[in-house]
Design a protein around this ligand. Structure first.
Ligand SMILES: O=C([C@H](O)CO)[C@H](O)[C@H](O)COP(=O)(O)O
Length: 196
């Protein structure tokens, strides 16, 4: 990639402006959310024997972070696709995050989860999608779709806003669960990886 003749100060200013735009977009999204939809997720998590999480690409990175924090709380959490992930069965919960709601591995996982009568919570930018058809509950994040090349809802590339907000939202869910459980941080830390 050729870096054009641009001063370090111009780049610094541009990066700062971008970060401001990203924070503004995430704050805008916060105001569009129905947090009762998110509150329901806490009930699904509380009722589940095991929690399975699936998401792909950058959405997957955000949800891997969420899986780690839920594990720190002492929940039995598996990220779909890891070699040690067991079968999902009735009484379990699948949290399936897909901005588009069409990523085939995620739709298939939700379909399988419903076949065995597990519960499915979807998180998506789409109110109706292939994924929502196999979901008991939907959390709508009305961010830009990853193929909204006109960039109507976000100045950022592809699904970046959804993926950022997903991470922030799941950290907020963790904070609520942590508060409810009242577990001291030092106790959570005992579950933190010591082989890293
Ligand atoms: O990595 C991603 C891509 O760069 C879009 O910004 C997506 O997270 C990946 O393609 C999965 O897509 P969705 O299932 O639609 O979230």
């Amino acid at each position: 990639m050729e870096i054009k003749n641009i001063s370090e100060q111009q780049i610094a200013n541009d990066i700062r402006a971008n970060l401001e735009m990203i924070l503004v977009e995430n704050t805008w999204l916060l105001k569009q959310m129905d947090f009762n939809e998110v509150a329901a997720l806490v009930n699904y998590i509380g009722a589940a024997n095991h929690i399975f999480i699936i998401a792909a690409g950058r959405s997957g990175f955000a949800m891997r972070s969420a899986a780690m924090r839920l594990m720190h709380l002492g929940l039995k959490v598996y990220f779909v696709g890891e070699t040690t992930t067991p079968a999902i069965i009735k009484g379990d919960l699948l949290i399936a995050a897909s901005g588009s709601g069409t990523t085939s591995t995620i739709v298939k996982a939700a379909q399988k989860a419903k076949e065995v009568n597990a519960m499915v919570v979807a998180i998506s930018t789409q109110g109706r999608s292939l994924l929502s058809d196999f979901s008991d509950h939907l959390i709508l994040i009305p961010a830009a779709g990853k193929q909204d090349f006109e960039r109507n809802r976000s100045g950022q590339y592809a699904g970046s806003l959804f993926e950022q907000f997903l991470l922030l939202l799941m950290d907020s869910v963790f904070q609520s669960l942590w508060k409810v459980e009242g577990i001291p941080a030092a106790e959570l830390w005992e579950r933190h990886a010591n082989l890293e």
